[in-house]
Design a protein around this ligand. Sequence first.
Ligand code: HEM
Length: 545
Amino acid sequence: MNSIPAEWIQRVRDAPLGYASISLAILVVLLVLYKLTTRTDIPYIRNLPEIPGALPIAGHLLQLGEDHATVCEKWWRQYGHSVFQIRLGNTRAVVVNSFDDCKKMLMSNSQALIDRPTLYTFHGVISSTQGFTIGSSPWDDSCRNKRKAASTTLSKSMMKNYSEMFDLESYCIARDMHRDSKNGEVEVSMRPYIQRYALNTTLTLCYGIRMDEVYDTLLREILHVGSAISLLRSASENYQDYIPILRYLPNNEKNARSKELRDRRDAYLDLLLNKVRDMIKQGTDKPCISAAILKDQETRLTGVEVGSICLSLVSGGFETIPGTLVSCIGSLSTPKGQIFQDKAYEDIKRHYPDLKEAWASSFEEEKVPYLNAIVKEAGRYYTVSSMSLPRKTTQDVHWKGAIIPAKTMVLINAQAANHDTDHFGPDAATFNPERWLSSPTENSFAEKPTPGLAHHSFGAGSRSCPGSIIASKLIYAALFRLLSLYKIEASETEPPNTDYVEYNAVKTALVAIPRDFKVKLVPRGEGEEEVLKSGEERTKGFYRE
Ligand code: HEM
């Protein structure tokens, strides 16, 4: 290529006007480039602080790192604003941090925040065959119908219909822990047992199917694929959702992985549904959501909607419940936690002098105050869905002088809200069930009334978690059974991490995965064998295959 003659360059240099024009042109190009690389779906929101340091193209993504909740919690304290705006690549988002602001944002703007954003990887690739789960559906008539059906299935009044299932599944935890811990001699990891517990519950509700073995191949496949898919929903794992150019990179590994997981999920969902079809043919099906729909009883839902409801229930509980319950057991197993265990045990005995009878009939009443306090504290302290599920505004939201326009992503930092010292006091970062009790004494415990919202782990307002009642019930039932039989002690060689941030092994996951730890189960000497035997007898006829 011929180079530009030196004489010409000299002329441009000599001509002041030409030089200015070139400088101006470069400036304009840079400005256009800057504008293009910092453009967001929603323009800058006036009167709402923006966190400094956003980069072109990535925005705040790099500063946010893997753990968005913890970084946003720090920004709240560092800059002194509980509500601020950030840029996730090309997407503007409003982050809400304090307990009161999260509550006000969700409850006072319930209708305006009823929508959820759609994301490229999760909605475009993974959900292309089975439709969206309820928790990832934008708000429309179909989502309303699905949410209504799920809320009915999970409502307080339906819980009595599931007593046998709660009994069987919580009995199975105690049965297998008793077998595997060899009377307290062998230290055990609780998570696999609790995963089976949570998954069997929703599989029974949806398909009338359960798996008895902790390491059943299908059970593990559902858990593995479900966890991997939940990773593909998190902002910190999926830059291509916010930086579109990344989608076009050759050999896009994210897309390939998404497709592989989608196919594996389709395979087990088809398998489950076909099992129900076979059971209907043979007249052996159990009452469950999919059998009712397949037999077309009182429903106006489409096949895709039914699939989506089942998928929502199965995926709604299988990580959130183990995350909360296992971490709670970790806290209870520490020397300080063992004092809480002893008090809980005393309270159980106070309300149920005959343990065998309590196991047979009364555990679902949730009437032991100390246990209820532990359940609430577990939910608050271990905020397993630390950034909740993203919301999107459907109309303008007026927020302290700022107007957050329609279609803006709103992120609720539940972890920050749940550890807000202004709301929970200076010990907000401590696991202490007694915060939920009114002046606990040696001989009696009473629950403090918590009108409104106890904590932010289940969200709030129009899209709050419809599974919160069953989740609390499951955590209560498991704790009742474990704590009434055993004193749980942390392993000395593999102890739990009980820090409310560091307990999570996978910071990028949408739902926390607790670091593995082991415990020792020391029998309380309350006729463990006898209680378990009566449990075996009682649950024989239940949903067992
Ligand atoms: C400890 C256990 C659980 C936790 C911490 C939890 C947490 C959450 C959170 C934070 C949300 C979003 C709320 C919001 O946007 O305001 C949610 C939504 C949802 N949860 Fe749960 N959840 C739990 C258990 C369950 C269970 C057991 C089920 C079902 C059996 C379930 C089903 C759902 C569904 C379907 C949604 C979507 C609601 C919607 O978008 O309208 N969850 N959950």
